[in-house]
Design a protein around this ligand. Structure first.
Ligand code: ZN
Length: 299
């Protein structure tokens, strides 16, 4: 999701007003819409990982589901572009984020950078804070029929700078003791918001191609489905989960994948599984008021 400041810069005042209306419709002035989405999402997924911004967690702790199949990860202390901050400031933010998670007794071992923007490439900061994994890099699959593609799609790829699934394997890798887990693109934001795909059957077909290819290649599919769009992709997700069960896919959390990879990187996936599928969704804000956590001056 994009901050208001970035939006004004990119879209101008008229575009910003349009986006604000959309956001109010999507989130509302209380967290009830998001809470409903989260509850339905957690019930629909055998396992799910939700990276959540720590300040958002702090403001809405009582409204987020706590269930054994749900893993939370750190999605920044606030929702800003961490690639623009110094390592020292970054460390301060993530230390504060961990304190917030610990205050609420939420065990956390993973990190995903807001906007998937990350430049602490040696993972020194994450390592020093004891993080097990970093799911901030991305990998792009060429799976969208050409007739849907547009400039906004290209712009997303320019921003995320994903590796190309035709060139590299979609697998975790270890850097400085931290397990790096790439997110598969296109995600829900690209398909629904940028390409305007509303037909869940098309969403399913696009993501199914990734599930099939990762399964054939013995690799990993990390889906990004932001909870605020869960109701726009719930049937697609249900069909993916059904297909995964039929194809010996390990449907699990990022934490499980990271723990497994740390000790079994050379052995492939656990016995009986051909590939892995992680359902993830970043929680940036729970209500429109949380946009205050998308500014650098809020610490
Ligand atoms: Zn985010």
């Amino acid at each position: 999701m994009t901050s208001i400041k970035n939006t004004i810069h990119r879209k101008g005042a008229k575009g910003t007003l349009k986006r604000m209306t959309k956001l109010i419709t999507r989130y509302g002035f209380s967290s009830s819409k998001m809470t409903k989405n989260l509850l339905q999402f957690s019930k629909a997924s055998p396992a799910v990982t939700w990276p959540i911004t720590a300040k958002t967690l702090e403001s809405h702790y009582t409204n987020i589901p706590k269930a054994p199949n749900v893993e939370y990860a750190v999605h920044g202390c606030i929702h800003v572009d961490y690639s623009k901050l110094s390592a020292e400031t970054l460390k301060k933010h993530l230390h504060k984020a961990l304190q917030i998670f610990h205050t609420y007794n939420i065990n956390v071992c993973g990190f995903r950078a807001p906007y998937l923007q990350w430049n602490n490439s040696d993972n020194n900061v994450l390592k020093s804070l004891g993080f097990l994994y970093n799911s901030s890099s991305s990998i792009h699959w060429d799976v969208v029929p050409e007739k849907y593609l547009n400039k906004s799609y290209d712009l997303a790829l320019t921003t995320y700078k994903p590796i190309d699934a035709n060139q590299k394997q979609s697998l975790p890798f270890i850097k400085n003791d931290v397990v790096c887990i790439p997110v598969s693109l296109p995600d829900d934001e690209i398909l629904i918001d940028r390409l305007g795909i509303k037909d869940q059957n098309i969403l399913f077909k696009v993501w199914m191609k990734i599930l099939e290819q990762t399964n054939e290649r013995g690799e990993l599919f990390v889906l990004q489905l932001h909870p605020e769009r869960f109701h726009l992709a719930n049937h697609a997700l249900a069909n993916l989960i059904k297909a995964a069960k039929q194809k010996s896919v390990w449907v699990t959390t990022l934490k499980d994948v990271a723990e497994w990879w740390k000790t079994h990187a050379n052995d492939g996936w656990p016995e009986n599984y051909k590939s892995a599928f992680c359902i993830t969704g970043d929680i940036d804000v729970m209500s429109i008021w949380d946009y205050r956590f998308m500014r650098e001056d809020k610490k």
